[in-house]
Design a protein around this ligand. Sequence first.
Ligand code: ZN
Ligand code: ZN
Length: 149
Amino acid sequence: MSSGSTLPDVSGSCFCGAVRFSVRLPTIFCGHCHCSMCRRSHGAGYVTWLAVPRGQFELESGESELARFGSSDHGTRSFCKRCGSSLFCESSHYPDIVDIVLANMHGPIDRQPECHIYFDDRADWVVINDALPRLGGSTGREPTTGGGR
Ligand SMILES: [Zn+2]
Ligand SMILES: [Zn+2]
């Protein structure tokens, strides 16, 4: 891990392959998000994201297939118009960072998921048994008491 320049690029795509992109390691974050926007836009109990500085993200094809949806006053979510895969989330609060859905990557990245965020907002049918930190509060990233499940 001491010489980041030797880390590989990792490619990713949507389900149908129309949208292709690559991420240059190292990432700066990987974690599970339990917010209701992630849950509903992905149709999933929670969504595992990685984050990289914008300069380490490259959209390689499919710009014309990418739909952008303003999911909040500061957030924009992107998905493939053809197959519906949710792909990216960007926030005007953090303009230099791109969040990317881990499940769309084609190879391993440089870290494992390291925490749960927006844990207070989790679906009550989601059961988490891991020992990762459970963060919540108004920012979604503050320490919580951990919940009971
Ligand atoms: Zn697609
Ligand atoms: Zn979320």
